[in-house]
Design a protein around this ligand. Structure first.
Ligand SMILES: [Zn+2]
Length: 413
């Protein structure tokens, strides 16, 4: 063997492990039909970020075409897969938070706001503190970006209050909110409140100064109050059409002023139970894809078999075989049992909107509203939070989920 060749072989042996390591760290490519154009693309990923999006002639696996889109962002998640972020009794644990998150990945949700609903101050403080201690766990890959506090400053009136327990509902209390905000690691990103309550306008202004997005919900505000809330900084209606009494005045009710105010965005639940299809169609016509956000309002009962369960107050909660979740004692819905992916598929069917618009309302819009500038679209520099999926009749079929370029879920047939 010539010395020259010998030295080349020696160098190769020396450097081969480095080349392999570099390759494993370096570029990953993920292919799919881009959700905006339905044309095949290859997304190049490096160190968890998207570096390039290339148009390609055809997919490598043409027989099983899948769409590629940014991961879904759900801003109203009360719990999932047996884990509740709201319940007391010491039920919430770090393991539970990790479990709920990895189960949400299977449904295409790569970012979410755990949502705490009206409860005692002690329970809310404890659950926020636990979430704050877990939020930056590396196994969560940055999926939790903050929290949604829904209540306790909502309407005490039956119907408008929904399933929130009356004993904990009260007027806005800045001192209490500040305590909760600190316990959350200053990470409450949004609060849902009723603007007609005493002190609500000043509370909204203070939230705005703090950078907390104010949503109005579970309220019975008239036009003047809705408009004043928006002037003070309220940005969005929480689950428009829900958190409302079953019987309302046809002229004077809280729905018309929220629909009429063009500055106000609307979040809607499209699970097939919270709103009728024609309501979704009308809300979408009024607000359009730029001012609508799809949320799930999903609870711990999602993914569980149908049956009778208990909430932390010992009340019976029924999950029907159709997937509807009710609090029979008050005959009101008790949140949802369907992930946001169902809403994405259903809104396309109901409104005829495009896949691009449906993903805009379930990823791009929430990213913009909540200042999550590193996600919500497929573009160079964004986090490689990606989903590969097919669009089914009433849900998305998630094939693979990537977070920061790492595959965290793959569906097995
Ligand atoms: Zn609600």
């Amino acid at each position: 063997m010539k010395p020259g060749i010998y030295s080349v072989i020696c160098q190769l042996i020396l450097f081969l492990p480095m080349i392999i390591v570099n390759n494993s760290m370096a570029q990953t490519k993920v292919e799919g039909l881009l959700y905006l154009t339905k044309k095949p693309v290859s997304v190049e990923i490096m160190n968890g970020k998207i570096v390039r999006v290339n148009q390609i002639e055809k997919l490598s696996d043409e027989k099983h075409p899948v769409y590629i889109a940014p991961g879904l962002i759900d801003t109203q998640v009360n719990g999932f897969a047996g884990v509740s972020f709201c319940f007391g009794g010491g039920q919430l644990s770090q393991e539970g938070i990790l479990k709920a998150t990895s189960e949400l990945w299977k449904k295409g949700v790569t970012t979410y706001l755990p949502t705490l609903t009206t409860n005692s101050r002690e329970v809310m403080l404890r659950n926020f503190a636990l979430l704050a201690a877990t939020k930056n766990n590396k196994d969560l890959h940055g999926s939790i970006v903050g929290y949604h506090l829904e209540g306790p400053y909502i309407s005490p009136i039956d119907g408008y209050r929904g399933a929130h327990p009356i004993k904990y509902v009260h007027n806005p209390d800045w001192k209490e909110f500040s305590e909760l905000y600190e316990a959350s690691g200053r990470s409450i990103r949004t609060i849902t409140l009723a603007p007609e309550l005493d002190g609500a306008m000043e509370f909204i202004r203070k939230c705005r100064e703090l950078g907390v997005i104010v949503a109005i919900g579970h309220h019975n505000a008239n036009k003047a109050i809705v408009d004043e809330a928006v002037m003070n900084g309220a940005a969005i209606s929480t689950h428009l059409g829900n958190g409302c009494a079953n019987t309302i005045n046809r002229h004077l009710n809280p729905l018309w002023p929220q629909l009429a105010n063009d500055q106000l965005m609307a979040s809607i639940i499209c699970d097939g139970f919270h709103l009728r299809d024609e309501e979704i169609a009308v809300f979408y016509k009024v607000k359009g894809p730029d001012k609508t956000i799809i949320v799930s309002d999903v609870t711990s009962f999602a993914t569980l078999p149908p049956g009778i369960y208990k909430n932390d107050d010992g009340e019976s909660i029924e999950l029907t075989k159709e997937g509807m979740l009710i609090l029979p004692v008050q005959n009101v819905l008790y949140g949802s049992a369907s992930p946001i992916s169902r809403g994405v598929a259903r809104i396309m069917k109901i409104t005829g909107c495009s896949l691009g618009e449906a993903i805009q309302m379930s990823s791009t819009n929430p990213a913009k509203l909540y200042g999550l500038n590193d996600r919500g679209s497929i573009a160079p520099g964004k986090r490689a939070d990606l989903i590969l999926f097919e669009v089914g009749d009433s849900d998305l079929v998630i094939r693979k989920t990537y977070i920061e370029g790492k595959m965290v879920y793959e569906k097995r047939d």
